[in-house]
Design a protein around this ligand. Structure first.
Ligand SMILES: Nc1ncnc2c1ncn2[C@@H]1O[C@H](COP(=O)(O)OP(=O)(O)OP(=O)(O)O)[C@@H](O)[C@H]1O
Length: 341
C-alpha cells in the first residue's frame, strides 16, 4: 500500500472494519491482576480494545468478567498490572486525578433497579455526570444534553420528572444507557446489560445498544455469559476461565472454528440458527462446576474439566499464543491447526 493510500481520509469505522489501518487503542490491559484476599478473581489478563470496536468478554459465572469490567472503569483498583485509557495509565490514580478520565469510560450494570438512585428523578440521574464532571455550562445546556440523551435511547422526555420505581425494567435500563452515554465516552463497559430483564424486552435493549454503538462509535466491552447473544454484536470475542484468557480473536473466526476446548464447550451449549454449522460443530459437554478461585487447578486451569487433557496439562501453564488468527492458551492446539479440526 502506498503512503497516499495510508494517509487517505477514510471514515474511521470503515478503515477499522476493513482492517487496513488498525484503529488507535482506547483500552489496553497489561497483565491485569485483581485478588480479593485469597480469591484470585482476575489473574493476568492482557488485551487491547481499539476505537469503535466491540469486544465480548464471555465465560461462566465466577470467571472474573465483572471484576475486569470494574477495574476498567476504576471502581476497583487492580492488585497489579496496568489499565491504560488512551495511553494514560489509570491503574492507581486517585479520585481527583481520575476525574479527567471519567467522562471517557462508562459502565452499565446488569440490574438497573439496583444501580439507579431511587431518590433522584430520571432527569437528575441522566444529567448527574454532566454536573459532577463539569461538562456543561449552566442549567439550560445541561437540560438540552439530558433531553437529547433521553431521546437517543427512545424515552419520551416527559419521563425526566419520574422516579426509577415508576418505570418498567426496560425503561430503567434505557435510563442507565442514557446516563452512561451522556458524557460521550469513547468506551462503554456493558456488564450483562440485558440478563436481569424480561425475555420480551431483552432483544429491544440489545438492538438499542447495537444501534447506539454504530451511531456514536464508542468502543464497547460487552460482558456476558451468553455467547450466542454476541455473535452479531461483537467484532471480537475474549473467553475467560477462572481469571485468565483462554482464547481471544475476531468473532467470525472464533464462532466458525473455536480452538480452545473451553470455547468449544461454551459454543456447543449455545444454540445456532444455522443447522449446517450446528452439525459441523464439535460437541463438548462441560462437566461439573467452575473450580474455586481461591485454589485454582495447577497448570492449565481448565484441565480438571477438559475432555482432551493429557498429564502435561496439569503441570505446565499454557501460554497465550497466536494461532490461526487469534490467541489461544492450550498445549494441545498446534501452530499448524488452521482448519478447526
Ligand atoms: N468484592 C469481592 N470480594 C471477594 N470476592 C469477590 C469479590 N468480587 C468478586 N469476587 C469473586 O471473584 C470471582 C470472580 O467474580 P466475578 O463477579 O468477576 O465473575 P463473573 O465472571 O463476572 O461472574 P458473574 O457472571 O456471576 O457476574 C468469584 O469467585 C467471586 O466470588
Amino acid at each position: 500500500m502506498s503512503t497516499s493510500d495510508t494517509d487517505r481520509a477514510t471514515p474511521a469505522s470503515d478503515t477499522d472494519r476493513a482492517g487496513a489501518t488498525p484503529a488507535a487503542p482506547v483500552l489496553e490491559l497489561d497483565n491485569l491482576v485483581m485478588h480479593f484476599g485469597p480469591v484470585r478473581a482476575v489473574d493476568g489478563v492482557s488485551m487491547t480494545i481499539r476505537r469503535g470496536s466491540v469486544v465480548a468478554l464471555v465465560g461462566e459465572s465466577g470467571s472474573g468478567k465483572s471484576t475486569v469490567g470494574r477495574c476498567v472503569v476504576r471502581l476497583l483498583e487492580p492488585s497489579s498490572g496496568t489499565v491504560r485509557l488512551h495511553g494514560a495509565d489509570i491503574s492507581h490514580l486517585r479520585r481527583r486525578a481520575l476525574r479527567p478520565h471519567r467522562r471517557d469510560v462508562s459502565i452499565v450494570f446488569q440490574d438497573p433497579a439496583g444501580s439507579l438512585d431511587p431518590r433522584l428523578t430520571v432527569g437528575s440521574i441522566v444529567s448527574e455526570p454532566l454536573r459532577l464532571l463539569r461538562l456543561t455550562r449552566g442549567r439550560t445546556e445541561r437540560e438540552r444534553a439530558t433531553t437529547q440523551a433521553l431521546e437517543r435511547v427512545g424515552l419520551r422526555t416527559e419521563l425526566a420528572d419520574r422516579y426509577p420505581h415508576e418505570l418498567s425494567g426496560g425503561q430503567r435500563q434505557r435510563v442507565s444507557l442514557a446516563r452512561a452515554l451522556v458524557s460521550s465516552p469513547s468506551l462503554l463497559v456493558a456488564d450483562e446489560p440485558t440478563s436481569a430483564l424480561d425475555v420480551s424486552v431483552q432483544a429491544s435493549v440489545l438492538n438499542l445498544l447495537t444501534d447506539l454503538q454504530r451511531d456514536l462509535g464508542f468502543a464497547c466491552l460487552f460482558i456476558t455469559h451468553n455467547l450466542s447473544a454476541v455473535e452479531y454484536l461483537a467484532d471480537e470475542v475474549a473467553v475467560v476461565y477462572l481469571g485468565t484468557l483462554v482464547e481471544h480473536g475476531p468473532s467470525a473466526e472464533i464462532f466458525a472454528t473455536p480452538k480452545h476446548p473451553y470455547t468449544q464447550a461454551l459454543l456447543s451449549a449455545a444454540p445456532v440458527p444455522d443447522p449446517v454449522r450446528q452439525r459441523r460443530r464439535s460437541r463438548v459437554v462441560l462437566s461439573g462446576d467452575i473450580p474455586s478461585a481461591i485454589d485454582p487447578p495447577s497448570g492449565c486451569r481448565f484441565h480438571t474439566r477438559c475432555p482432551i487433557a493429557v498429564p502435561m496439562c496439569a503441570e505446565r501453564v499454557p501460554e497465550l499464543r497466536e494461532v490461526a488468527g487469534r490467541r489461544v492458551a492450550c498445549h494441545l492446539v498446534s501452530d499448524e491447526d488452521e482448519d478447526g479440526s
